[in-house]
Design a protein around this ligand. Structure first.
Ligand code: NAD
Length: 420
């Protein structure tokens, strides 16, 4: 049995000395009264506050934690090494690992050792746990369980396979790869190494997206026979992180590959079905800086689902807007913004067009949520909600979209994304 804290024992001595009369006067049995006045309530198992007459520092009972979960003790958290120390890694991924309950940052992988050593000292990673992209010595580091790959899309394959060969599980940024063949090779390598891969589709862990998914599942929007999803953000050729996005060989495509994937993956997840037919168009305007010379600026796709519902999705590298609309018979749900890093908002309108407020939920939870999810998946064998298979399916669907845009005709696809 758990030993009583000190203050309870002191309270017990004092209250016994003062007499049991008060407790017995309340009609309690002598043992119950003794235990209660001694600081322990037998019935509820709760410990009442320490003696208020005690005017000195005293141990107090456990406070209410307001639903705040205690993090897993550091020695039980899984060690994460971040591969690629660019904009997203340093601004979002590493801080999220530091906030996570089930993860800790234990390694870094970079092609620029000076930069990596600076990051290591800021986040408390030992110098000996900083590796280059070959990752050979990583195999000997038992403090690293998972490698988080955050490099340009076409570099993912090289990094993911090196991490798997070092015996590590992999958390890979979206899009999984620059094409489906690369995605398949990574999955084959994971199977050979008996390691897991999860794709960083953070919207699946974003509280407003999750709330909408739950509404659809419960049928609260009625029949949703039409949906739209639009993801646009300006591409700036002067910003370093946008320069590789202008090169097809590194990015694998344009706005469709980069952010149109949120439109596509988001609707498939929310509606819980994969389209069976699609038709697409793309547009690459001529600009003086030539930023759309190799990639599409605008992508537009019509989707037909097995249930018959229709959807229209778009992506763009010009405007700045990320939005999802589900058009239901009982109401319309709008996520705007839908997939921002923070401040996503879900608004509902009933069939009469009246807007109903929905509580806003902290979007930042998405980053920690996906990291903790994969840590638990690796440690406890829990199901991975956004597995490599989903990443491969989306690569195939993007390829079908490109085929349709090139041919200018409808194409038919299977549930695994392959073209019929
Ligand atoms: P970035 O350019 O800021 O970072 C890329 C990193 O990869 C840099 O540290 C760079 O040094 C390194 N790198 C290695 N080989 C390279 C090469 N050959 N060319 C260029 N860089 C090379 O890019 P980013 O915006 O951080 O994007 C990185 C990845 O993260 C992409 O796959 C992107 O789709 C993904 N991303 C995801 C989100 C999200 O919300 N989940 C947001 C932004 C980016």
């Amino acid at each position: 049995m758990k030993e009583l804290p000190d203050y309870s024992r002191r309270g017990f001595m004092r209250t016994s000395a003062l007499g049991l009369g008060a407790g017995m006067g309340l009609g309690l049995g002598s043992f119950e009264a003794l235990a209660q006045t001694a600081g322990r309530d037998i019935g509820t198992g709760q410990t009442p506050p320490a003696d208020p007459l005690e005017r000195r520092a005293a141990g107090r009972p456990e406070p209410e934690l307001n639903g705040t979960l205690r993090p897993t003790p550091p020695e039980q958290r899984l060690g994460w090494a971040v591969c690629g120390l660019g904009h997203f890694a340093q601004n979002y991924a590493i801080p999220a690992i530091a906030r996570a309950s089930e993860a800790k940052l234990t390694g870094l992988i970079s092609g620029n050792r000076d930069k990596a050593l600076g990051v290591a000292s800021a986040w408390g990673v030992p110098e000996g746990s900083v590796y280059d992209y070959r990752m050979q010595a990583l195999a000997d580091n038992d403090a690293v369980h998972i490698v988080y790959v955050i490099t340009p899309n076409a570099i993912h394959e090289e990094n993911v396979i090196a991490a798997l060969e070092a015996g590590k599980h992999v958390f890979c940024e979206k899009p999984f790869a620059h094409n489906s063949a690369a995605a398949q090779r990574m999955m084959d390598a994971a199977k050979a190494a008996d390691r897991k891969i999860m794709i960083a589709y953070r919207a699946h862990f974003e509280p407003n997206n999750v709330a909408l998914k739950e509404m659809v599942r419960k049928g609260e929007l009625g029949d949703v026979w039409y949906a739209t999803s639009d993801h646009h953000r300006p591409l700036d050729p002067l910003v370093e992180r946008d320069q590789w996005r202008m090169v097809r060989d590194l990015a694998g495509g344009g706005s469709l590959m980069d952010i149109g994937i949120y439109s596509l993956n988001g609707l498939i997840w929310l509606l819980d079905e994969v389209p069976e037919r699609l038709v697409a168009t793309t547009f690459s305007p001529q600009t003086e800086d030539g930023r759309f010379g190799e990639i599409e600026a605008i992508g537009q796709v019509q989707l037909v689902f097995p249930s018959g519902r229709r959807a229209s999705i778009s992506s763009g590298y010009v405007a700045d807007k990320k939005r999802i609309d589900l058009w239901g018979s009982r109401g319309v749900a709008v996520l705007d913004p839908a997939t921002a890093y923070s401040g996503n908002k879900l608004t509902l309108s009933n069939a009469d067009g009246q807007e109903m407020p929905t509580p806003s939920k902290a979007s930042e939870q998405q980053f920690v949520g996906e990291i903790d999810h994969f840590s638990k998946g690796v440690r406890d064998g829990d199901e991975i909600l956004t597995p490599a298979e989903m990443g491969l399916r989306d690569m195939r669907l993007l390829e079908a979209i490109n085929v349709s845009a090139e041919r200018g005709e409808w194409v038919e696809v299977n549930p695994d994304g392959t073209m019929r």
